[in-house]
Write a protein that binds this ligand. Structure first.
Ligand SMILES: [Zn+2]
Length: 303
């Protein structure tokens, strides 16, 4: 099954495809095993910020590791955030990454033009979507600003960001974007935040996130495409279950697994113990937090 079909199907039947981030290469194997052992379906993904700020090296290195351990039907390979303008406000040669991803077996990619104006974001997203579609690869885009990847601590509290809907995806813009950008899935800003990646902040406990469900409903009504929730670690289950009924079909999870790996490695200096810890936490997320164990039977096996 193609990634595009998979996410559409998840939306249709009201379930979720989690996408687990890989900031460290040895995390691939235990995450893939946890997905398969729980009879679930999920994506393995890496973002540019993870090979720059952490140790996943490159999108090619992650793909190589993935191809060693992948479980066809259970696991899919996705390229997360390729920004057009990055966290340090630098322009990125995004097409080089996108083309390379298509060459090494990524099944879907994300182009993040969210730091551009609406017209600019539509234009780059369309360029990337048209390119990857020629290989039958799906395209995710982002509109609005999911906070948390900033290099400097932001001065507002999470509560203020949420109450004032700072960075939230604009409803009228979303309607136009979905109609014109050719993207398959849209990452929206509705209250969730990314875990910090800045050196000085990355070990902190991530604040518990919330989702503005009414607002999400409005976005889904005007876009009618699968929506993606970034910053999934730390969002209470009650929100996630409702979000899945309101258009969210893919959810990114990074911080919880990254910290499990890094803290274990720091405490014991034992790679295989750290991998076991990742396996345990990933299984817990699949079974208890998301309740998607046995999703394979619903999403893949019935066909
Ligand atoms: Zn993200």
């Amino acid at each position: 099954m193609k990634a595009n079909e998979l996410v559409k199907k998840a939306l249709e039947i009201g379930t979720l495809i989690p996408a687990f981030n890989i900031p460290h290469i040895p995390m691939v194997e235990p995450i893939v095993e946890a997905i398969k052992d729980n009879n679930s379906v999920a994506m393995i993904q890496v973002a540019r910020v993870e090979w720059l700020n952490f140790q996943s090296k490159s999108l090619e290195d992650v793909a190589k590791e993935y191809h060693k351990y992948k479980k066809p039907g259970y696991t899919f390979l996705h390229l997360d955030h390729i920004p057009v303008i990055d966290e340090s406000n630098q322009h990125v040669d995004y097409m080089t990454y996108i083309k390379s991803a298509c060459d090494v077996g990524y099944e879907s990619v994300m182009i993040d033009g969210s730091r551009l104006n609406l017209e600019g974001n539509i234009a780059v997203t369309r360029e990337v979507a048209d390119y990857v579609h020629s290989f039958d690869i799906a395209c995710e885009a982002e509109l609005g600003a999911v906070m948390g990847h900033e290099n400097e601590p932001i001065s507002l509290s999470y509560e203020e960001i949420f109450e004032k809907r700072i960075g939230f995806t604009d409803v009228d813009e979303a309607e136009k974007f979905a109609a014109e950008s050719h993207c398959d899935w849209l990452s929206v800003a509705v209250g969730s935040i990314h875990g910090a990646v800045a050196e000085s902040l990355r070990d902190q406990k991530k604040p518990e996130g919330k989702i503005d469900l009414e607002y999400l409903q409005k976005l889904f009504e005007v876009t009618q495409i699968p929506l993606v929730l970034h910053g999934g670690s730390g969002i209470p289950k009650s929100y996630i279950q409702k979000a899945v009924k309101t258009g969210i079909a893919k959810m990114n999870i990074a911080t919880e697994l990254r910290q499990a790996y890094e803290f274990s490695l720091r405490d014991d200096n034992n790679l295989s113990k750290a991998q076991d810890r990742v396996y345990e936490v990933c299984s817990k997320i699949i079974k208890e937090d998301l309740e998607i164990a046995d999703n394979y039977d619903l999403l893949i096996k019935v066909n």
